[in-house]
Design a protein around this ligand. Structure first.
Ligand code: SF4
Length: 360
């Protein structure tokens, strides 16, 4: 169901605005106001999509979508209480916890990924933050994957400035750390770390010279104003995240959000479009929740400005659409995986690892 803000969409000063014209770069801003972002969300759907797609075409080839994959290097038993997450030790979801993988096992997977045409390898661990005793292994993984000629990406929870620097020194290219939702709604979802903690980790990552992947989740019971609040936070960071994952909640049995109501699919598309308009040069990524989105929804998301997807059988612990279904839809829509020109995919890519250009 549309929330009240959408249902009440009334004429706003932006309603009749034409798509902003001009060269790429001129509309990258870091001073968005809440009023402006909320007004974008309230635009008539067609006006919003036209505007988002117009921006999209100035910064990206609209017929290219980046694809990437993610290996869980440590699964479950996380002490945090993120209400959507089956990896939290607080919820009985039947997920089998696994300890940090051995370095060689990770490198073996990375080798297979490289042989399968990958250009970037993403590794995720369910931690509050890495413990100092885990850092040597994690750094060795980064160095080892790097030595294979792959770009590297990790998501390990909160980082101190020294941990961020150590990861950067080891060659880590990208760090994923999501803001999840608006500061106002955040306390309904997570109590074990603060919004400020998250912003500080992003700051440490930037200061260490790494690229940022940061976004959030919609459909957690938040209002449209919270979706606007999330985008506002991301768009007003001193530098936009290179990658902005917009996830749709996957309701996992046993988590506090298992019975959350469906989000109006058009609200999801609106969120993609507003992310595209406010962060024109970032890759906006469809991540968790794609399993429940049909082809039409994917196509609409691509038109609205999404240009990155996770490709493969698993996205951490939630189902992901089958890789061949993605490729079949790309073919029907005339979309090419981004990066193909620099790294031709194999004829029969391993769906677990194929990463045409990575998470950017
Ligand atoms: S989202 Fe991350 S930090 Fe939160 S419970 Fe899951 S694994 Fe832990």
């Amino acid at each position: 169901m549309p929330d009240q803000a959408t249902a009440a969409a009334a004429a706003t000063p932006l309603t009749a605005s034409p798509a902003p014209a001009g060269a790429a770069g001129q509309d990258i801003r870091h001073d968005w106001t809440r009023q402006e972002v909320e007004a974008l969300f309230r635009l008539p759907f067609n006006d919003l999509l036209f505007r988002a797609h117009s921006v999209h075409r100035r910064y990206f080839d609209p017929n290219q979508v980046q694809v990437s994959t993610l290996l869980s290097i440590k699964t479950g038993a996380c002490p945090e209480d993120c209400a959507y997450c089956p990896q939290s030790t607080r919820y009985d979801t039947g997920l089998e916890a696994e300890q940090l993988m051995e370095i060689e096992a990770v490198l073996q997977q990375a080798r297979a990924a490289a042989e399968s045409g990958a250009t970037r390898f993403c590794m995720g661990a369910a931690w509050r933050s890495p413990k100092e005793r885990d850092m040597p292994a994690v750094l060795a993984m980064v160095e080892g994957v790097k030595a294979l000629g792959l770009e590297t990406c990790m998501t390990l929870g909160m980082l101190s400035d020294s941990q961020a620097q150590a990861l950067a020194d080891a060659g880590l290219d990208y760090y994923n750390h999501n803001l999840d939702t608006s500061p106002e709604f955040y306390g309904d979802i997570i109590t074990t770390r603060t919004y400020q903690d998250r912003l500080e980790t992003l700051d440490h990552v930037r200061s260490a010279g790494m690229k940022i992947c940061s976004g959030g989740i919609v459909g957690m019971g938040e209002q449209q104003s919270d979706r606007a609040g999330l985008i506002l936070q991301l768009a007003n960071l001193p530098q936009h995240p290179e990658s902005v994952p917009i996830n749709m909640l996957v309701r996992v049995e046993g988590t506090p959000l298992e019975n959350e109501a469906d989000l109006d699919p058009f609200e999801f598309i609106r969120t993609i479009a507003v992310a595209r308009i406010t962060m024109p040069a970032s890759h906006v990524r469809l991540s968790a929740g794609r399993e429940e989105m049909n082809e039409q929804m994917h196509a609409l998301a691509y038109f609205a400005g999404a240009n990155s997807i996770f490709y493969g059988e698993k996205l951490l612990t939630t189902p992901n659409p089958r890789a061949n279904a993605d490729m079949a839809l790309f073919a029907r829509l005339g979309i090419e995986p981004e990066g193909r020109q620099v790294c031709a995919p194999p004829a029969d890519p391993d769906p677990r690892f194929y990463d045409a250009a990575g998470p950017g």
